[in-house]
Ligand binder design. Structure first.
Ligand SMILES: Nc1ncnc2c1ncn2[C@@H]1O[C@H](COP(=O)(O)OP(=O)(O)OP(=O)(O)O)[C@@H](O)[C@H]1O
Length: 250
């Protein structure tokens, strides 16, 4: 008789994560977990702690307390593994203006352990998938905002990470590219990639996410599957949380 296979750990687990910024709590006691193939939309008003949470997950900031596990391992102790398993698109898609599009992908690939024909294949497939092939030799410094955003996305997903961490991925994209991005995220999720995306666009969440988390004043106020009644229900939940905070402050 075959022994039952041990269940794999979640792709991402946050346990009671706390992080202060400028002496104030930006993220307080946040716990959540994400399985392979799930797409989680992270919502919250300005300053709620979304970007800080994503930077903690991506390993760019260290938590003051609590644990962050990637595929079951605390990645503070495994920074090289975290880099290979995570793709991160930070807010505003920071790029090197003096490098071309192709050079960006090569640099990101090498930093994540790709080289030789593996890197060539990954780079060419990503240029094609993100419709950047014709821009391969162009300097990042002269790209349009939407092209910059697409290059940032390409750098994040080039090495096929298990977890994709995206801060406002649809920023500056035209409506055609927004639809293409939705298709890309659904395709990645269907192939087992876990995705966490922060956005102010509730329509993006209802279009691509299967779960929603809402942060408010650094705490996680809501974490649930997207309901069948979609947009209207999400809008009500979001405003209830945002306005309750304002009523208390008034
Ligand atoms: N570099 C920083 N130094 C000091 N405080 C910061 C820094 N970045 C963010 N904060 C503070 O941390 C808190 C959370 O900010 P964060 O950027 O994570 O929120 P957010 O939900 O991403 O906001 P937005 O929707 O406006 O991008 C805010 O109070 C913010 O002022």
């Amino acid at each position: 008789m075959n022994a039952p296979k041990p269940a794999s750990p979640p792709v991402l687990q946050l346990e009671q994560v706390v992080r202060h910024r400028a002496g104030r709590p930006a993220v307080r006691d946040v716990s959540l977990s994400l399985e392979a193939g799930q797409v989680l939309g992270l919502l919250g008003v300005n300053g709620a702690g979304k970007s800080t949470t994503l930077a903690l997950i991506a390993g760019a900031l260290r938590p003051d307390s609590g644990a962050i596990r990637l595929q079951g391992q605390d990645f503070l102790e495994h920074p090289e593994r975290a880099g290979r398993a995570i793709g991160w698109l930070p807010e505003g898609a920071p790029l090197w203006p003096e490098l071309t599009v192709r050079e960006h992908l090569d640099a990101h690939g090498r930093l994540r352990g790709l080289n030789g024909t593996d890197l060539d294949r990954a780079r060419d497939a990503t240029l094609e998938r993100l419709e950047l092939k014709d821009l391969g030799d162009r300097l990042a410094g002269v790209l349009s905002q939407g092209q910059r955003q697409r290059l940032g996305l390409a750098c994040a997903l080039l090495h096929r990470p298990a977890l994709l961490v995206l801060d406002e991925p649809a920023n500056a994209l035209d409506p055609v590219q927004v639809v293409a991005l939705r298709g890309l995220l659904r395709e990645l999720a269907a192939n087992g990639t876990a995705v966490i995306l922060s956005t102010h666009q509730l329509t993006e969440v209802t279009a691509v996410c299967d779960r929603v988390a809402i942060l408010h004043e650094g705490t996680l106020r809501y974490d649930a599957p997207l309901r069948a009644d979609g947009h209207a229900a999400l809008e009500k939940t979001f405003f209830d949380i945002a306005m309750a905070g304002r009523a208390q402050a008034a």
